[in-house]
Write a protein that binds this ligand. Structure first.
Ligand SMILES: [Fe+2]
Length: 196
């Protein structure tokens, strides 16, 4: 810190305290904001939301149609909120011949209120750059070895357009309840780096 002279640079704790004090002075309640954010991240922005959406799409053809036509509206109908700047939710349907994969080449954007906050590897420059150029190899390295006839489609998230991969319903799950089906759906399958 310039001017702090022989006392050296302020510690992280001192800097945090100074920022908190400055925000407090302006009535911005920084501690409450951090607590609120932690609560949202740990208890509300979780992949179980997306799992519920996927299971409903597997069992309710009308909902599936609505979800594919306007994802944002369809998930709102299940009580799942998206921030205002996530203007579009585009749902990408996997088929035996097509595997959709999402990334954010610029940073780490996801439909985080639906599929949860992005895992570390998703934010890594390695994944963000290589999944576009070498998608088949990257998926194989992550444990998804697709036969050559499966087309891989990579989708680059933007600030206002978010994606959700709709995995295929696993065989042998006929007659399962929505809740039981939701238990099969993983975060990685909704990013598209895994099949179920
Ligand atoms: Fe991003």
């Amino acid at each position: 810190m310039p001017g702090s002279g022989a006392r050296g640079t302020a510690s992280v704790e001192q800097r945090v305290a100074a920022i908190e004090a400055a925000l407090d002075e302006r009535g911005l309640k920084p501690r409450e904001a951090v607590e609120e954010l932690s609560h949202l991240a740990q208890e509300e922005w979780i992949p179980q939301n997306g799992a519920r959406v996927v299971a409903k799409a597997w069992t309710d053809p009308e909902f599936r149609k609505r979800l594919l036509a306007n994802g944002r509206e369809a998930v709102a109908g299940l009580g799942i909120k998206m921030p205002p700047h996530h203007r579009h939710l585009v749902v990408l349907e996997n088929t035996p011949a097509i595997q959709n994969v999402i990334c954010c080449t610029l940073c780490s954007c996801t439909a985080f209120t639906i599929i949860g906050l992005p895992p570390d590897w998703y934010k890594d420059l390695e994944y963000r750059s290589r999944v576009v150029r070498q998608s088949r190899t990257v998926l194989r390295e992550m444990g998804l070895d697709l036969p050559p006839e499966v087309e891989i489609r990579v989708w680059d998230t933007t600030a206002d357009t978010r994606y959700l991969v709709l995995p295929e319903r696993p065989a042998g799950t006929e007659g399962w309840s929505e809740e039981k089906l939701a238990g099969l759906v993983t975060r990685d399958s909704m990013i598209g780096v895994a099949r179920l």
